[in-house]
Write a new protein. Structure first.
Length: 278
């Protein structure tokens, strides 16, 4: 088993990618500490992992709140042991219905424009509609959350003498933006830069930091996209479909395992070919 004897702290573990990553890690022998703002769904994930491995536990963790993160790490130390693998996966979408509807219309229009005319013509106006509170909340969960958890994990990994792995969830939106999500693009782009900075700083004590930048994955976070939108995206993707949570979990498992032992400061992007970098 690739992760036997390792302990993994996973944020946003109550559903979607987070739960899939937890289960994949448990199958490979890891002790999983599943965290989420929702205590019930985190506990459900831990129960699913406990059926596969010994030592699965859960805790409430609001990654935007540094005190909540500190409490979660302290509970992990008490229950399953110190962290070997950190997966910063927690994320949000906006909750304002009017803003979400505007974003949906913009993105649908722009996808059609790219497919039929080869370029975007519609002015999104989403930057004008964003409030300070909306922008701040997006950054606090995605970027500050990644920072808060990394700040707690690094000294534990260093003091353990075993090194560790940090896996941050970015997005292709952090490198190739789609209109209608400027705050999300900013947060994800910053996470990719933070990953590289972490990798350089932590390499001397054996901690490897990498990011995953998924393309369009069929999870609950795609609330802006109805079936018609998803079909349009699939048609624009060379592999002809959306990705699955299991495929992102496989990337996380690779980065956590022995196959990625000479890899740090990198971004892995399972996106079906919709974005191809050099």
């Amino acid at each position: 088993m690739q992760l036997e004897g390792k302990t993994a702290f996973v944020t946003g573990a109550g559903s979607g990618l987070g739960r899939e990553i937890c289960v994949a890690f448990a199958r490979e022998g890891a002790r999983v500490f599943a965290t989420d703002v929702n205590a019930a769904t985190a506990a459900e994930t831990a129960a699913a992992c406990a059926a596969l491995t010994a030592g699965a536990e859960s805790a409430v963790c609001d990654v935007a709140d540094s005190a909540s993160v500190k409490r979660a790490f302290a509970r992990m130390d008490e229950t399953v042991g110190t962290v070997d693998v950190l997966v910063n996966n927690a994320g949000i979408v906006h909750s304002d219905p009017a803003y979400l509807e505007h974003v949906k219309q913009v993105q649908t229009t722009q996808i059609v424009e790219v497919m039929t005319e080869g370029r975007v013509k519609t002015h999104a106006r989403t930057i004008e509609l964003l409030t300070d509170e909306m922008f701040d909340r997006m950054l606090r969960v995605h970027l500050y959350g990644t920072f808060h958890c990394t700040r707690e994990a690094l000294p534990r990994m260093r003091e353990s003498g075993r090194g560790g792995r940090i896996i941050n969830m970015g997005s292709i939106m952090g490198t190739a933006s789609l209109g209608g999500a400027p705050d999300y693009c900013a947060a994800k782009g910053a996470i990719l830069a933070f990953t590289r900075a972490t990798a350089r700083e932590a390499a001397s004590y054996g901690v490897l930091a990498n990011a995953i930048a998924p393309g369009f994955i069929d999870t609950p976070l795609l609330v802006n996209f109805d079936d018609a939108n998803k079909q349009l995206i699939a048609a624009q993707t060379p592999l002809g479909r959306l990705g699955t949570p299991a495929e992102i979990a496989a990337a996380a498992l690779f980065l956590a395992g022995p196959g990625a032992s000479f890899m740090t400061g990198q971004t892995v992007s399972p996106n079906g070919g919709i974005y191809m970098s050099q």
